[in-house]
Write a protein that binds this ligand. Structure first.
Ligand code: 6PG
Length: 470
């Protein structure tokens, strides 16, 4: 199969190599020709990789129906790229937007392009630069017939989903599937990134407690995280890289200790919380993670106020030796509840947009290649396939001593003035959804008091209003 690829940044270049290694004839274009030349010089021997120096040239070289993947920055660059390539395309051609575009932008572009007979697939790609080369998780959405044309190549390029190791056996699949029509592919990638924000923040909070309260060194933390990341319950890509981060030294110093404690963000986490609000889904851990990045970025302000000591509980409420074990539980249970929030976002959007998406398939293609790949996803996949034992497993993990330890850690943070926004958000999420009664009857009364908004009753149908001042 022929593939045109526009944009030889790190992800684009590695994806082009991945496609060539999997037997595609790849024609690459980059705005700066020096980059194209350097790429060809370095990698042409790996497979059928050829340079083209104009978009007209790219479209002339490719046979119809052309398949061109855009690996350019989300936003204006995608718009510019589409309008430049459009005059050279013909009916039936397929564009794939492989960046982190907002799913609503993808839908708008799809509508415009469909009028001209061009299909646009919005395809989330996760896995960073190594994943792009060795096998990413890819989440394509859009026209089904266009998907079918690209499937034979992209399925080869994708990561294994790890299902061969399912306890029930199974041949093992690839982290590539048809997500659904419209912007569903980019929506799924956005939710993936929201979960990514949540888990990264939770790991950071575990680090905070263990470093500040437990007095653990980077060496200790490296060992603990390596051990956790090898366990059945916490095994994940983010845990693995965290263990390595703790160990990394440059010029005799730990790199981590030299990094300014102010997190950046490109916006996909915020988009996730925006969309969650739009669909009426609660994602408190993800929102807390976005907030935590915002608060961290105000370094000067925080330093200025750092003289304000907390009025905290003085004595150790927990012996230091138990900290790693209880933090482990808090981390695992908070992560389980973060995936739950993301899965809920998939289900609700799926129903409202009528995407006919199989949420279990999304959990499956997240099991390999991507940033949020983890052992827990096997249980989510099975639970969404209807396997009661898997749902029970997730419920059971959040019970007993582990749940108590989760509560201890959140309480410890509050007692000692250690901010744990994502862990406490996860716990409140869990507690809210297991509460038959919540105090929002009072909120309803207040709303009716000052705004005559009315309220429903428990024992009678209808909308009621009370004259509260009489
Ligand atoms: C991935 C990542 C990747 C990137 C995000 C997050 O799946 O490979 O999610 O897309 O890390 O853009 O970036 P920020 O943390 O800068 O928002």
């Amino acid at each position: 199969m022929q593939l045109g690829l526009i944009g030889l940044g790190t992800m684009g270049a590695n994806l082009a190599r991945n496609a060539a290694r999997n037997g595609a004839d790849v024609f690459v274009f980059n705005r700066t020709s020096e980059k194209t030349d350097a790429f060809i010089k370095d990698y042409a021997k790996e497979g059928s990789l050829e340079a083209v120096y104009s978009l007209a040239g790219l479209c002339k070289t490719l046979k119809s129906p052309r398949v061109i993947i855009l690996m350019v920055k989300a936003g204006d660059a995608v718009n510019a790229c589409i309008s430049e390539v459009l005059p050279h395309l013909s009916k039936g051609d397929i564009l794939i937007d492989g960046g982190n575009s907002h799913y609503r932008h993808t839908e708008r572009r799809q509508e415009e392009l469909e009028q001209k007979g061009i299909h646009l697939l919005g395809m989330g790609i996760s896995g960073g630069e190594v994943g792009a080369l060795e096998g990413p998780s890819m989440m394509p959405g859009g026209d089904k017939s266009a998907y079918e044309k690209i499937e034979p190549l992209f399925i080869k390029m994708a990561a294994d989903d790890g299902s061969a190791s399912l306890t029930t056996g199974g041949a093992g699949g690839k982290c590539f599937t048809y997500v659904g029509p419209g912007g569903s592919g980019h929506y799924v990638k956005m939710v993936h990134n929201g979960i990514e924000y949540g888990i990264m923040q939770l790991i950071a909070e575990a680090y905070h407690v263990l470093k500040v309260e437990g007095g653990l060194s980077n060496e200790d933390l490296g060992k603990i995280f390596a051990e956790w990341s090898a366990s059945d319950d916490l095994r994940s890509f983010l845990m693995e890289i965290t263990a390595k981060v703790f160990k990394k030294k440059e010029s005799g110093k730990f790199v981590l200790d030299q990094i300014k404690d102010a997190a950046g963000q490109k916006g996909t986490g915020k988009w996730t919380t925006d969309a969650a609000m739009e669909y009426g889904v609660a994602v408190p851990t993800i929102t807390a993670a976005v907030d935590a990045r915002i608060m961290s970025s105000t370094k000067e302000f925080r330093v200025m106020r750092s003289g304000i000591a907390p009025v905290s509980v003085e004595e150790d409420s927990l012996p230091k030796e138990v900290l790693p074990d209880i933090v482990r539980s808090a981390l695992e249970l908070s992560i389980i509840n973060t995936y739950a929030q993301g899965m809920q976002m998939l289900s609700v959007a799926n129903a409202k947009e009528d995407w006919q998406m199989q949420t279990s398939e999304v959990a499956r293609i997240w099991r390999g290649g991507c940033i949020i790949r983890s052992a827990i996803l096997e249980h989510y996949q099975k639970a969404f396939e209807g396997d009661k034992a898997a749902s029970e497993h997730l419920r059971e993990r959040c019970s007993g001593d582990r749940q108590l330890e989760w509560r201890h850690v959140v309480a410890l943070g509050a007692e000692r003035g250690i901010p744990l926004p994502a862990m406490s958000a996860s716990l409140s999420y869990y507690d809210s959804y297991r509460s038959a009664w919540l105090p929002q009857n009072l909120v309803q009364a207040q709303r009716d008091f000052f705004g005559a908004h009315g309220y429903e009753k428990l024992d009678e149908e209808g909308n009621f209003h009370t004259n509260w001042n009489l």
